[in-house]
Design a protein around this ligand. Structure first.
Ligand code: PMP
Length: 428
């Protein structure tokens, strides 16, 4: 088949007619398929079922330092849980606070604290007429939801294959002291699957910022989520803490991680790591609103995952389940669309998503068509601040939740919708 752009109008119209028939057949099946959210499949959740049996007696509730985890206390986390989460955060246990079931909550609370109190003696951000935030795009919709909810002005900056466009980031932070932060998913990013290069990490750590209380929100949600089984093929990330210390900006970052996509989303444990001064401040403020987090769950996680090696072995089991799904996405998109032209997509080495760029002006139409045929996708625009993709192009594909046979069907529908939207655009 010729590329759509090479067809004359009559050829393209007859192709569109054919596609609409194919689409009607999909619709008639009454499908109900979902490629919207980055959720593990039931098969992946089963991997963590033994976690629930790690505590079954009073004796099991005692931590290594003798703490009875059934009771209040130990706000910043059990020593063994700090050690475990430190491996995910690539940091020292003493710089870690173990939180509750959501790293997103830790992030939202960190923004709120800076707004209300400033940080390390700086003016509370809420006292500025307005503050701004750098949002690499495409990015994670819930990050953008946090900053939007606080009325923070979001500035999109393009993601390149090595991380955000640093020339642009450096320019923005240098000139305006109301620019207070940046969202980063530095490894296997959501949705692009990008791991920041050493150069990008160093530039973030060293760049001159007009705001001396500028903070990098380093959400390492996919730090151990490799798809490749061999270490040599797995991405490595330079430690932002080390880079910031070397650059004499030791307080510039907050690191976040959780076990949401390691064990049980919504029933895992989260953690924040930061410089000693930041950690002391966070603990002080945190202590006013929480007495202690769920230490029994911390114990369960330590006993189940054990240490960095145990974590890696567990993640390999996830990768074995996920790899065929990502391969399927790559194959179906290549077979369905490479000859049609106009579209690009990522081939991630880790994480949970494929980032798909449709021809400009087509994304909303594609997602709408898919929905009407029973395939739910993440809303078009969701990967941009304010849900506004100025190109109406990017769509996040989340292939992890459906079983393979459902994923194949959903991708067939998706490919058909992409072709319809593109043909309609060219004929308009
Ligand atoms: N950060 C990123 C980049 C994510 O993709 C997700 C889950 N989709 C989260 C955070 C949410 O993490 P948690 O469950 O720990 O709040």
């Amino acid at each position: 088949m010729a590329a759509f752009e090479q067809m004359d109008r009559a050829e393209l119209q007859s192709e569109l007619d054919r596609l609409k028939e194919e689409y009607a057949q999909f619709k008639a099946k009454g499908l109900s398929l979902n490629m919207a959210r980055g959720k593990p499949s039931a098969e992946q959740l089963d991997l963590s079922l033994p976690l629930l049996s790690c505590i079954s007696s009073a004796q099991d509730c005692i931590a290594e330092d003798g703490t009875d985890c059934r009771n209040y206390g130990v706000l910043d986390g059990l020593p063994e849980a700090k050690r475990l989460m430190a491996t995910m955060l690539d940091d020292a246990p003493e710089n870690v606070i173990v939180g509750g079931n959501s790293s997103l909550t830790l992030m939202g609370n960190a923004v709120a604290r800076c707004l209300d109190f400033g940080t390390l003696g700086s003016k509370p951000w809420a006292q500025y007429p307005g503050i701004k935030w750098i949002c690499p795009v495409p990015g994670y919709d819930r990050h953008f939801g946090i900053t939007e909810s606080f009325g923070i002005e979001m500035i999109p900056v393009k993601m390149n294959e090595n991380g955000p466009d640093m020339d642009e980031v450096e320019r923005i932070v240098a000139e305006d002291d109301s620019v207070k932060g940046i969202w980063c998913v530095p490894k296997y990013s959501n949705p692009g699957g990008v791991t920041y290069s050493k150069d990008v990490v160093r530039r973030l750590a060293t760049m001159p910022c007009a705001a001396n209380d500028f903070r990098i929100f380093w959400d390492n949600a996919y730090s151990v989520h490799h798809l490749n089984p061999f270490k040599a093929d797995q991405d490595q990330l330079l430690d932002i803490a080390e880079a910031c210390r070397e650059a004499s900006n030791p307080d510039r970052y907050f690191k976040f991680a959780s076990t949401s996509k390691v064990t049980l989303p919504g029933a895992g444990i989260s953690a924040i790591a930061a410089s000693p001064d930041n950690i002391a401040e966070i603990k002080k403020r945190m202590a006013t609103t929480v007495i202690s987090y769920d230490k029994l769950n911390q114990l369960r996680h330590v006993r189940f995952l054990k240490n960095a090696d145990g974590l890696a072995a567990h993640m390999e089991k996830h990768a074995d389940i996920l790899r065929p799904k990502f391969t399927l996405v790559e194959n179906e998109l290549t077979m369905g669309l490479s000859e049609v032209g106009g579209c690009t997509w990522t081939k991630p080495r880790g994480g949970y998503f494929v980032s798909f760029d449709a021809p400009e002006g087509c994304a909303k139409r594609i997602v709408q068509l898919a929905k009407e045929a029973g395939v739910t996708m993440t809303d078009a625009g969701a990967t941009w601040p304010y849900k506004h993709d100025p190109y109406d192009s990017n769509i996040r594909i989340a292939p992890t939740l459906p079983p393979l046979y459902e994923l194949r069907e959903a991708l067939n529908v998706f490919v058909c919708c992409v072709k319809i939207a593109y043909a309609e655009k060219l004929l308009a």
